[in-house]
Write a protein that binds this ligand. Structure first.
Ligand code: GLP
Length: 243
């Protein structure tokens, strides 16, 4: 694993955007695996800036997002489809038909199976961008007894519900279930970039990336991937120093 330590959120965003931009420049019809959450927002802002400057062209890029809340439609401002539209897709020349987010309104079993077929038809993911949950989740792969391989419907843990409630009017509105890409698709990505920011992530950064590989800490599996770059700010890396 490669660790890129940055001064702050802004530098972290720029460094992660560089890796994504390099992928798009080298391979204009690449498949990007994308994430939601507050960590990648600055990365998307930077990509938009470079697009506006004329340095990036998304017209042939295809994307596949990690996850979606069950029950939310794409026009619900809390949905991840809405997040992606407003934070990236609406601001660059990507063809929305080439963007994929699980459909939170569709039947769980059928939608999860469909999503795996979509990923397969795209031929896999060139670069997967990830955030990191406080309990080590990636996408919505929550701590479990085994690493879930395929896209599946997951019951969110209380810590995830609590963490994500900041984005809802009240905690009762946070959906209890979500559809998430499985660990197999994430691990099959050629390149993985993780963005982590803030002291509140420092403990899980240390546990996930220097501790044992276990499905109780889903992100720990990334230690086994041949091309992972963790881009983080000083605060998130603070407990790694001296290791
Ligand atoms: C959510 C998302 C994850 C994301 C995580 C961390 O639960 N499903 O994909 O990585 O939150 O979010 P943040 O970057 O806001 O800390």
């Amino acid at each position: 694993m490669k660790f890129v330590e940055c001064r702050d959120y802004e530098e972290m965003s720029r460094r992660a955007a560089h890796l994504i931009a390099a992928c798009v420049l080298m391979d204009p019809d690449c498949v990007l695996g994308l994430a939601t959450g507050s960590s990648p927002i600055g990365t998307y802002d930077t990509l938009i800036e470079w697009y506006e400057r004329g340095d990036l062209d998304f017209s042939k890029v295809k994307t596949v997002n990690l996850d979606e809340y069950q029950g939310l439609s794409g026009d619900n401002p809390q949905s991840y489809r809405y997040f992606m539209n407003t934070h990236l897709f609406d601001h660059v020349n990507i063809d929305k038909n080439n963007t994929n987010v699980p459909d939170g309104r569709a039947d769980a079993q059928a939608e999860c199976a469909r999503y795996d077929r979509v990923i397969e038809a795209l031929g896999g993911i060139n670069l997967q961008l990830l955030g990191l949950g406080h309990n080590g989740h990636i996408g919505f792969n929550e701590p479990a007894e085994v690493f879930p391989k395929d896209t599946h419907c997951v019951a969110l843990t209380q810590s995830t519900i609590d963490a994500n409630s900041r984005l809802f009017d009240n905690i009762d509105e946070v959906p209890r279930f979500a559809y998430t890409m499985g660990i197999r698709s994430i691990m099959a990505a050629k390149k993985i970039v993780v963005v982590v920011s803030g002291e509140d992530k420092s403990e899980i950064v240390r546990t996930a990336f220097t501790g044992p590989v276990t499905p109780q800490v889903p992100a720990s599996i990334l230690q086994m991937h041949p091309d992972v770059t963790i881009v983080g700010d000083r605060a998130a890396f603070s407990l790694l120093r001296g290791n």
